[in-house]
Ligand binder design. Structure first.
Ligand SMILES: O=C(O)COP(=O)(O)O
Ligand SMILES: [Mg+2]
Length: 229
């Protein structure tokens, strides 16, 4: 489907935005928090390039990946699980302090949000980031004013790629499958949108890892959200 096909007469509608890697470059703060956690546990830091590839499935999986030093972590033994619980608490502590410090809104985001709002589109964030970090980040980077609703990684019992968070946000904002679009950066976003039965735009500049963004199956792929205008 072309971008024109997505953004046609069905608007104004509802637009659902992924947060990390789509609206905000939050990886520097996430990486700093991961590295402080690893340091606390007496381990070598992972660094920004590595951590950027581990973001997208929520904080718990980020910590699992950091402990394993790889993206495809294996199910834990009980001993690993005790370490994981400690590590997660340490990560939460540090990320609570660092969240938003070096995070930046990606180019084109604000223009896109302003344009959609001006056309009567209702906007929500649908993220796998844990709830306590979402509002502070949106406030700190100046994006809070655009969004009527945030659905976080722990708002519902399931997170993306489950379609439920998208459908929840869509329903809350009075959208339908024919008038709602998801905008994200990773397989979790595209797969959730497909399972929800709503079209998805993917951005190339985010944190997707593994297959190329163009191969995820999104309805449109863009280099900047200004391409949606
Ligand atoms: O917390 C994460 O892993 C990513 O969050 P996102 O869904 O906003 O990309
Ligand atoms: Mg993302």
């Amino acid at each position: 489907m072309s971008l024109k096909g997505l953004f046609n007469a069905r608007w104004p509608g509802v637009a659902l935005f992924d947060l990390d890697g789509t609206l905000v470059d939050s990886a520097p703060d996430l990486a700093a928090a991961v590295d402080r956690m690893l340091e606390h546990l007496g381990r070598a830091p992972a660094g920004l390039d590595q951590v950027r590839q581990w973001v997208g499935n929520g904080a718990a999986i980020l910590v699992r990946r950091a402990l394993a030093g790889r993206i495809d972590w294996q199910p834990a033994t009980p001993r690993d699980d005790a370490l994981f619980q400690d590590a997660l608490a340490i990560f939460y502590h540090h990320y609570g302090q660092l969240n938003g410090q070096h995070a930046r809104v990606f180019p084109g985001v604000t223009d896109c949000l302003a344009h959609l709002e001006a056309h009567g589109c209702r906007l929500a964030v649908v993220t796998n980031k844990p709830g306590p970090f979402v509002a502070p980040l949106l406030e700190r980077v100046g994006l809070a004013r655009w969004f009527e609703l945030s659905v976080a990684g722990d708002t519902l019992p399931v997170k993306k790629p489950d379609p439920a968070p998208l459908l929840h946000a869509m329903t809350q904002l009075g959208g339908t499958r024919g008038t709602t679009v998801m905008v994200g950066d990773s397989a979790a976003d595209v797969n959730a949108a497909q399972a929800a039965g709503i079209p998805c735009v993917a951005v190339r500049y985010g944190y997707n890892f593994g297959q190329p963004v163009d191969a995820l199956g999104a309805d449109a792929v863009v280099d900047s959200l200004t391409e949606l205008l």
